[in-house]
Design a protein around this ligand. Sequence first.
Ligand SMILES: *Cc1c(COP(=O)(O)O)cnc(C)c1O
Length: 371
Amino acid sequence: MNGPKVLNFSAGPSKVPEEVLQIAQKELINYNEQGVSVMELSHRSKTFEKIIETAEKDLREILSIPDNYKVLFMQGGGTGIFAAVPLNFCPRLKECTADYVVTGSWSAKSAKEAEKYCKVNRVLPKADKYTTIPEKSEWKLDPNASYLYYCANETINGIEFHEVPEPLPNVPLVCDMSSNFLTRPVDVSKFGCIFAGAQKNVGIAGLVIAIVREDLLGKEADVCPSILSFKTMSDNKSLYNTPNCFAVYITGLCLKWIKANGGLKAMEERCITKSSLIYEIIDNSNGFFYSPIDKKHRSRVNLPFRIGGEKGDENLEKKFIEESTKQRMLQLKGHRSVGGLRASLFNAISVNETEILAQFMRKFQESNQSK
Ligand SMILES: *Cc1c(COP(=O)(O)O)cnc(C)c1O
């Protein structure tokens, strides 16, 4: 492509670091002197074994994953794991209850999927809009729940947990980290299960990573499909059937990139710097830009906002999209279910790219606010 670089603020699939794409391009036709690409290698070959083992090793190092956790490379996306969670952790299905903290579209979708398999207790009072996380005193937890489920970052609504919620004793904590995985350090030992699709912060679509505490394996319902069984996947080192080899390879490269760029502490600092740049403009815009989210729970990675107050001025928002697209800033439209605008600032987005967006926003306000 000629001309200035494109800035890709997509909510997923999203930007992959340029360095990673360059390595992949270089190795595409002839990987490691094998004469074939990763896409053409047997998943049982020594070469692929090394790719998947190295990816696991690097992930364990980056996240300091304790030894009593299994790392699984699976398919079916985050959405597949929505079904896998009740199927694996509710051995008697409808006789079991699972607690769901519904804070936005993704946790709502997951709770709905779980309802096919188990009883779902919605922990929070029903809200007509997702703009905050209610205080712990309002949570209605079930002491006999098979697990407590939440979504660490609501990609569509822009709500992020900045602290890990405390489950009741002996209730394993299950977390969908799809959109803020590897954007900050996490104490894995607090969780029974963490999962994340790769296409937001650590690769491309078609791969979902699950991290599961060993003692929770083997409790699955009889009807749990083998490819959704954490135990089957674990017993077969994620090679029960053909994995998405190429996606595993790209994730491996992204993990090396995260390591080379300072690991999770550095990713977190980048996230704070980037999101602050945008939130500062919103908060200092005299209401020209508007963020609907409770400040304490604002996401550092997905920033939904409106122009012209809570309801949004759709003409100005349309103009914002047109002009930003002309300047090669892509995918700033909000999710169709909430409207408005959204900037997704995943790991691969640099501070410099965010500054360009910030400057565009400032100029847009100057030329468009009513005098
Ligand atoms: C993107 C996303 C998903 C869904 O991932 P798929 O791979 O499309 O199934 C689930 N949860 C969250 C929080 C997401 O951001």
